[in-house]
Design a protein around this ligand. Sequence first.
Ligand SMILES: [Zn+2]
Length: 236
Amino acid sequence: MSTPYPPHQYPYPQQQQPGPYPYQQPPGPGCEVCGAMPAAPVTVRGHQGMVVVMRFLRRQGVLCRTCGLAVARKMQADTLVQGWWGPLSMLITPFVLLLNLGELSRIRKLPPPATAAWRPPLDPGRPLLRRPAGLVALVPLLALAGLVLAVPVLFVIGMAVDSRGSGHPTLTPGSCARNVADWPEQDLRPADCGSPDAEFRVYWPDDPSCGPGDYYAYPEYSRNGDLSLCLHPVRN
Ligand SMILES: [Zn+2]
């Protein structure tokens, strides 16, 4: 039996079609620390508060992803710890941290180094939230968040207290009320007619004045705020 084809018609595994190289040489300069490519311009900021004086730091360079992460994380970690120590620094540090967060996410989008580094790259270390610095910084960050949240919360509480202070309950004819202020001041509250708290029965003025010896409630206690209801003492 003979094979239909000469046994060594394809003596070698077929050559791969020449085409794009497994990776394309990325254009642009290499990382200025390790030489790997791709690399991109990176600007990271830092801040140190020193109670009275403060220091702004800036690190700029063309870096690969690995070295960029290392520089940015180091700067961010240092700022997280050293940034807060001054009245102005407390305000500046969050902005510096936010700027760096933007830069960090830009660095993370860089493809990993595709060419060999000719010097060892920097060690990017662990992400910030898994470092002690990240935990230390949670304290001032939470305090700041608390402050930021406290302002609207206090405002709302203030509004609620204010509206309760100036609002008047509505009295309806037939119900009972008491005055917790001293006459002629009026701070009328609805009261259960069966309870000893009830001082007055509220009634509609008939003719249109109230009976002798009865009180006039301020108009704001009526439903529409435009009519003085009468208050007839129920005890005496
Ligand atoms: Zn590098």
